[in-house]
Design a protein around this ligand. Sequence first.
Ligand SMILES: [Zn+2]
Length: 293
Amino acid sequence: MTLACANCQSPRLLSYMPYKYHGVEFFDLFPKLEILGCADCSLVQVDHTQLDAAKLQAFYENEYRRDDTPASAYAGQLKTERFEARAESLLQGALPLIGAKSVTTIFELGAGYGYNIRRFGQHFKNAVLYADDPDSNHNLFAEVKRAKLTGLKPDIVILSHVLEHVIMPRARISEIVSRLTPGGVIVVEVPNEKHALLAAKGSHQPHITFFTRETLRKVFENHANLSIDRVVSAGFLNSDNDKPYITTTIHVGGWKPVTVSVDRRTLDRAGFDFTNERDDEEGGWLRLYARKT
Ligand SMILES: [Zn+2]
């Protein structure tokens, strides 16, 4: 396939920064990834046309959570608290947009263990909960059924830390919008991967698209019958002036060299506050809420 932007299909993808791997499994599958920026819509991405959907599916099924063992009770509890806090925050963020709409079907793509959809189901008690996750080796909560989106007509679709893993995200969003009922709502959270945060990362894998607040909005714009309510940031902050900084200079073909500074201690204090929705790009996560018209 020819090189094409995962949002606007432009072939003008320019070198942006090297792709950092950790471990061997992902590298063995896709050893030549490079981070590119679209000269037309600015979306930062790897070359999605290089990716093999079946190989990627196998990676998520067999490798992605392999090191995710309950190493200590503390780690387990910490994780649970964070997942529950995120689920509550996404629900509260979505409720004003859902309004009085009847909700009978909720779908979550890449649901992981299912904390988000379980919380939505606790609120919408008559809704049937469906989730699709490529990793079938772990158990979802009992009230969540496994299903593909095909054939469902959901009233709410949740995409929490999924879109950055999906091949050709714009096409996937169109498919989701076509399945949603009128008045149905899409709830999205992705990592904030604006330049400074992306450059400071020790590893980029297995993300294949890297969103800023601006480009997250762009992939949801100009879909038939979809209205974006808001795009915000949330979670840990990266704008504190604490020391020490990690300072790094990025040289990229076609782009100006950029020196970036990120306070690693701020990142390490990371994110128990999932409820601090912010109208800027300082939060570690980005959230988008959209409604089918
Ligand atoms: Zn583009």
